[in-house]
Write a new protein. Structure first.
Ligand code: TXA
Ligand code: MG
Length: 344
């Protein structure tokens, strides 16, 4: 939920976002909205983003207002390809390799920025985070609008990221004019963020579906793993947005080890990675859910946020969530679960 010091602006009247498609007529309308400084929620393969013209300072400021996001947390800029990225940042040989290997796709690269990028986008930093999304509707919109799009996840700051157009409508629908509906997101957790500081090993700032091993293989050199979440008080200098509490449901959440069964009460929910073999029933038993029938990590990631949002709407007093078994994607899932379950 938005932190008390950064409340989102009050809902403006009863304006409700319209859902759009990627038809030429709708894309023209969305491109015009973006060119004139408006906001549009867009689908990506990871999560939905709240997009504005990345070169328009006032438009980017609206993103922070609508999300209730602190101005010190910089935005990711979405570009169609490496060539468009070059206008915004300096790509060294490693950056070119990563863009060639993983774009379009769920990899965000933090690079030295060029002067054209407004300070509000980067929170005054000398670096900018760039990503080329793979979702076809996002790509069509980028082609139609012809400008880079700054887009953080389209949720109120600190809350669970949206993976459907409906999720965006539920939490931001009264604050934005349009949502480009691209269906449910195929990956379901946010992009891997990698920093490429000159003269230093590549470093993962946020784990995602592209693993450390895949990055190291593409670069032909070791890559530093993501740091554990820092406390909410100490914002990490290199990864300003990586607060311990993030992606959080309003209902308190607690994690339990993979393969175990938690102690839970009747007014609580228990979420397993996969359908459990044994039911938890009888008087006083909690209500049981699972992220995936088989426990396949890609399916867990895809269903993660939708299930947590759904549970948050029900009157459970606590959500107990099973950790994913270790694997590259399982570790990224556990990163999000840890943040969801952090109390402050
Ligand atoms: O998958 C994604 O990355 C989604 C979709 C919409 O593209 N976007 C997303 O954006 O997750 P957001 O704003 O929710 O998370 C971006 C993260 C934040 O933690 C922010 O602090 C970090 O990227 N970031 C942005 N610019 C940075 C920079 N120059 N240096 C370090 N971290 C940066
Ligand atoms: Mg976010």
């Amino acid at each position: 939920m938005p932190d008390r010091n950064h409340q989102a602006t009050p809902a403006s009247g009863n304006r409700v976002a319209s859902f759009c498609t990627d038809s030429p007529a709708d894309l023209a309308k969305l491109a015009e909205t973006l060119r004139s400084g408006g906001l549009v929620a867009i689908p990506t393969e990871t999560v939905y983003g709240l997009a504005a013209n990345a070169l328009d300072e006032a438009a980017c400021r609206r993103i922070f207002d609508v999300k209730g996001r602190p101005l010190l947390d910089p935005l990711i800029v979405h570009v169609p390809d490496h060539a468009a990225g070059e206008r915004l940042a300096r790509f060294d040989a490693r950056a070119v390799r990563l863009a060639e290997a993983f774009w379009p796709g769920p990899l965000t690269i933090v690079l030295p920025k060029r002067g054209i990028v407004p300070a509000i986008v980067t929170a005054g930093r000398a670096t900018v985070a760039l990503r080329s999304p793979a979702h076809p509707a996002a790509r069509r919109l980028l082609a139609a609008v012809g400008i880079p799009l700054a887009a953080p996840s389209a949720n109120p700051f600190g809350y669970i990221s949206p993976t459907t157009a409906q999720h965006v409508a539920e939490s931001l629908g009264d604050r934005i004019p349009f949502i480009l509906d691209g269906g449910p997101c195929a990956i379901g957790i946010e992009s891997t963020i990698v920093a490429l500081a000159p003269g230093r090993p590549a470093r993962i700032l946020r784990p995602g579906s592209i693993s450390c091993g895949e990055l190291a293989e593409a670069l032909g050199e070791p890559v530093d793993e993501a740091p554990a979440p820092s406390s909410a008080q100490e914002a990490d200098v290199e990864a300003p947005g990586m607060l311990a509490r993030h992606y959080s449901p309003a209902t308190p959440a607690a994690l339990f080890d993979h393969g175990t069964v938690p102690d839970a009460r009747a007014d609580e929910a228990v979420v397993f990675q996969r359908r459990p073999e044994k039911a938890m029933d009888g008087p006083g038993a909690p209500t049981v859910f699972w992220f995936s029938e088989s426990g396949d990590a890609a399916e867990v990631a895809r269903n993660l946020y939708a299930l947590l949002r759904g549970l948050d709407e029900r009157a459970f007093t606590r959500i107990h969530i099973e950790r994913a078994p270790p694997s590259p994607l399982g570790n990224s899932i556990n990163d999000r679960l840890r943040r969801a379950a952090t109390a402050d």
